[in-house]
Design a protein around this ligand. Structure first.
Ligand code: AMP
Ligand code: GLY
Length: 423
């Protein structure tokens, strides 16, 4: 089978690596891929939002199957267009992708179907949002309704901070159209868990749980980023909590989407908070998480291609999806300054062993094979081991075998999880 993966970050590197292990995948393309993904797939310089070019490439190359990984092409209807052109896809269509693309949509869905989530009010009128902020409980969480690269969330502990955030989103349009509508949400507390699930729209199969580390610096300080590291499984997510989530969140969500005429096929990501009142949804993503994928897929023992195809063809209920009982840790090596300004085009050197464990993200390759930095999150190093402690130790040992000017990474990925195991 000729398979193409749309995307070019660390998540897509992990997906390509896993698809390569499938005996059914004979040729693999990445659009656009990156200098590191080129180790696993033929990279084609077509951007993630260039839907028409993606379709033309797929038809020209007689691609048998497409995996649409990032949020932007999903929200733009890449799956709809590829499917119309006769190419089966893994990923939700445009209508189902709304579950991530519009927080106003997903919050209303949860309210309508009584899926546990933070209480909220939704505003598309600036003055009304301001007057709500005069009396609402604090802290209040301010969210741009549309896509904002994970940066459209402000936890405001004062009214002035909340007003500034709403003004920046609705009036100054710092996230463009994404801030036309804002969600003002109750502040929740508790450990966070990411659960990625395979679904064909009827059956939903959770993968191993994981924990992201979104802040840039140690001790969960500094600005929010796309994610600085992950561990799996998440020790706070017990079997009992998993059962509650299946009954009150996962199944109700796919049933709700089906009832709304938006059946969801692909990977549905649940960002959960384990609050004192039980697990609640913080966000949905209509795709694999980055860098969650980098720790979850190495633990998948089943053939990823077979599982994806079963989702597309509506026969996930007949598949066995198996995960190893090992643990995984991914540490992201970033460019100095990220998530704000950082320099690019620094030569990367790394040992063979580190390279074997790397998922490259912001990386370019020159014709002579040298790797250079080209983004904020440069690469992730993932190690798997029988215990979490060993996985963390091995990931950090490998990080020391990676060098580029300005390189930094958090030193405490998994530390809270280890503390949780001791509780
Ligand atoms: P989101 O982009 O919606 O996942 O939000 C980014 C981060 O903000 C989450 O991972 C949480 O750490 C935090 N957050 C979002 N919503 C809430 C909430 N209602 N209460 C507390 N923290 C939140
Ligand atoms: N790691 C969070 C995300 O992919 O949005």
């Amino acid at each position: 089978m000729k398979v193409m993966v749309i995307g070019g970050g660390g998540r897509e590197a992990a997906i390509c690596k896993k698809l390569r292990q499938s005996p059914r995948v004979t040729e693999l393309f990445a659009l656009p891929g990156n200098g590191g993904i080129a180790d696993y797939a033929t990279c084609v310089p077509i951007g993630v939002k260039e839907i028409e070019k993606q379709v033309a490439f797929a038809l020209n190359e007689k691609i048998d199957y497409a995996v649409v990984a990032p949020d932007d092409p999903l929200a733009l209807g890449a799956v709809d267009r590829l499917t119309e052109a006769g190419i089966p896809c893994f990923g939700p269509d445009q209508k189902a992708a709304q579950i991530e693309a519009s927080k106003a949509f997903s919050k209303r869905l949860m309210q309508k179907y009584k899926i546990p989530t933070a209480k909220c009010e939704i505003f598309d009128d600036f003055q009304k949002a301001l007057s709500y902020l005069e009396t609402c409980p604090l802290p209040v969480v301010v969210k741009a309704s549309g896509l904002a690269l994970g940066k459209g969330v402000v936890i405001a502990s004062t009214r002035a901070e909340a007003q500034n955030a709403v003004r920046a989103m609705m009036e100054e349009k710092v996230f463009g159209e994404s801030g036309n509508c804002v969600v003002l949400e109750e502040f929740l507390t508790g450990p966070e868990v990411s659960v990625l699930c395979f679904t064909d729209g009827k059956t939903i199969v959770p993968m191993v749980s994981s924990m992201d580390h979104k802040r840039a610096h140690d001790g969960d300080t500094g600005p929010n980023t796309g994610g600085m590291g992950t561990i799996a499984p998440n020790p706070f997510y017990t079997d009992k909590i998993a059962k509650t989530c299946m009954d009150t969140i996962f199944l109700p969500t796919i049933r709700a989407m089906a009832s709304e005429g938006r059946p969801f096929q692909g990977c549905l990501y649940f960002g959960l908070m384990l609050t004192p009142d039980g697990p609640k949804v913080i966000e949905y993503n209509c795709r694999f998480g980055d860098p969650e994928t980098q720790v979850v897929l190495p633990l998948l023992q089943s053939d990823l291609f077979e599982v994806m195809l079963a989702c597309t063809e509506g026969r996930l209920g007949q598949m066995r999806v198996e995960f190893s009982r090992s643990c995984a840790c991914c540490v992201i090596a970033a460019s100095g300054g990220y998530p704000a300004r950082y320099e690019k085009h620094k030569a990367i050197t790394l040992s063979e062993n580190a390279r074997a464990h790397a998922d490259f993200a912001g990386v370019e390759r020159t014709p002579d094979g040298t790797l250079y930095t080209s983004g904020g999150r440069v690469l992730g190093i993932t190690a798997t081991a029988p215990t979490l402690q060993e996985a963390i130790g091995q990931a950090y040992a490998l990080c020391r075998e990676v060098q580029f000017e300005g390189l930094f990474y958090r030193r405490d990925i998994g530390a809270r999880a280890l503390a949780g195991l001791e509780e």
